[in-house]
Design a protein around this ligand. Structure first.
Ligand SMILES: NC(=O)c1ccc[n+]([C@@H]2O[C@H](COP(=O)([O-])OP(=O)(O)OC[C@H]3O[C@@H](n4cnc5c(N)ncnc54)[C@H](O)[C@@H]3O)[C@@H](O)[C@H]2O)c1
Length: 266
């Protein structure tokens, strides 16, 4: 009997991957992991960054606000890079007043804008990509970067007395993305298109909304609440994305891979 080489299941040789938000904290490490595994990577982001260029990567300027025109980007990628069969969305679209999406300050206009640019772009672009595969009779893998806050609420005990804020809109966005992936997986499964979420826990650094560094109190309380006593790291998410993108996860669809150091286990 021929011996199996399980490491080959993680190989992305000959494949083309798209990473939306591929120059972000997580997106960059995900793009790097996919490239290391052999894929050509089309990085779609609103702007390039001055980090080291990732081997076999191609930058395409794209704003998720224009999600309705995503099919045109797919045609561009097909021509410039090759036919994409892997799609990861690690973008973080947000309005200028994202910080004011607290229960105390949120306005209906800002709430609606963020639902549109974040939730609607994540769902519609994934659907457009799934259709692109389906009509081309190709199989593929879709990975949506959701969040633990698409599964559980912010634990206000951890937030109180720190410089971290509540957010009314974020759990709606991430909850919607998390559940929609199951619906997408259900509809496109018969076309061998897999759809999964990664739900990362918090990554240490700056708050997206306020651009302020976490204060010591928040860092301490957050870490204390995880079972592994540390924040998530972008490379923790990158390896999870590689697993879900590759044939190593060939029988996994419609699920959440929770990368949170045990935050949601208790
Ligand atoms: N940082 C965390 O603690 C954390 C935890 C759990 C989940 N998440 C989720 O993970 C994803 C990535 O988060 P991150 O921390 O890497 O964010 P980040 O801000 O570091 O990176 C996001 C990337 O998306 C790009 N982007 C923003 N708006 C865009 C737009 N309109 N069009 C195209 N590209 C756009 C940015 O330029 C950036 O490169 C997000 O969806 C976020 O909600 C983050």
């Amino acid at each position: 009997m021929k011996k199996k080489n399980y490491l080959k299941k993680f190989s992305l040789n000959g494949k083309v991957a798209i990473v939306i938000g591929g120059y972000g904290l997580m997106g960059y490490e995900i793009s790097k992991a996919l490239s290391d595994a052999g894929a050509k990577v089309a990085i779609l982001d609103i702007h390039a960054i001055k980090k080291k260029k990732i081997r076999n990567s191609y930058f395409i300027k794209f704003n998720c606000k224009n999600y309705k025109n995503f099919k045109n980007e797919l045609l561009k990628i097909k021509k410039k890079v090759g036919f994409p069969s892997i799609y990861v969305n690690a973008s973080y679209p947000a309005s200028k007043d994202w910080a004011s999406n607290t229960f105390e300050k949120v306005t209906l206009d800002s709430y609606k804008e963020n639902i549109d640019i974040h939730l609607n772009s994540f769902t519609f672009m994934a659907k457009i990509f799934a259709d692109f595969l389906k009509f081309s009779k190709k199989k593929g893998s879709i990975v949506q970067i959701s969040s633990t806050y698409g599964l559980v609420a912010q634990n206000m005990n951890v937030y109180e007395g720190t410089n971290a804020r509540n957010n009314m809109t974020y759990p709606i966005i991430k909850g919607g993305i998390t559940h929609f992936s199951k619906q997408l997986a259900s509809y496109y499964g018969k076309h061998e298109i897999r759809v999964n979420n990664i739900c990362p826990g918090g990554i240490e650094g700056k708050f997206k909304a306020t651009n302020k560094n976490f204060d010591k109190n928040f860092s301490k309380k957050y870490k204390q609440h995880t079972l592994l006593k540390r924040f998530c790291r972008p490379d923790d998410v990158a390896t999870a994305a590689l697993f879900l993108a590759s044939d190593a996860s060939s029988y996994i669809t419609g699920t959440n891979l929770i990368v949170d150091g045990g935050w949601t286990a208790i």
